[in-house]
Design a protein around this ligand. Sequence first.
Ligand code: PPE
Length: 314
Amino acid sequence: MIKPTEKIWHNGRLIPWDEAKVHVLAHALHYGTSVFEGIRCYDTRNGPAMFRLREHVRRMFESAKIYRFGDIGFTQEEFAQACVDVSVVNGMSSCYVRPIVFRGYGDVGVRSLNNPIECYIACWEWGRYLGAEALEQGVDVCVSSWTRIAPNTLPAIAKVAANYMNSQLILMEANQHGYTEGIALDTQGYVSEGSGENVFLIRDGIIYTPPLGTSVLPGITRDAIICIAGELGYPLREQAIPREWLYIADELFFTGTAAEVTPIRSVDRIAVGAGRRGPITEHLQSEFLAITSGDAADRFGWLSYLPTPAAAVA
Ligand code: PPE
């Protein structure tokens, strides 16, 4: 169960955790009309810092634009500042921050444009998403019998609540059959993504990841790994990945804010490579973790430090 913090930010005010409630007729509850983000704040050696805060806030505003939310009442800079404020006020040095913007209580029916926009930001402690050992040992996954949302049904680039019904079907089925996670294929049958992670594949020293045209969320961790791979000199191709490549890959891994860089050690009970974290995965993962821990220089400018006394340079 989630451990409550003290405050949640609501439309520009900090309110007690227990008072962050919505009406049962809130539009989002009935029709999925909510855009959101997940941002990690890392307790780096130079003090607490948000990872790629600006990019997350930008993606949320873009999700809101796609669904015609109009002016949500705050600028991206104000929203980013509020994410920082909510972590600071709750005394969190390491946490997961969840901004959410949705159509609230007002009118009823599918038509949403008259319903008020509600903005909230909560934060909480969140450990290893796919289990404590996952980052080292890797996880066992299956190919889902559920297809990822089609591009002409629900836009995958928008991070909206409704998309996560598809994710839930993928994850529930995988868990039911004893797997940690499922990988969904797109409507053409090519590899798309996990229920809450992007996928990378390595074969003969080349890194592959499905392009945005295959119903994937444009993951911010995905982008970070593309940048790190480029810096380390690994060739990387964004291209359609046939399902069977999952079975003959040398290495496979997931990326996501929650999952970070998680190796995949088997797909449909077929071992990936040697059945454990591969060397290129380990290299990319360790560079990623070095940046987020502050052990390596933040040369891409990904960290936004929180204004706390602990932020003094180590
Ligand atoms: N695809 C999906 C469908 C997805 O939900 C996420 C994030 C990603 C890819 C990776 O995106 P990014 O976080 O920008 O690298 N999934 C969130 C799931 C957490 C949850 O269970 O809620 C996350 O990692 O925060």
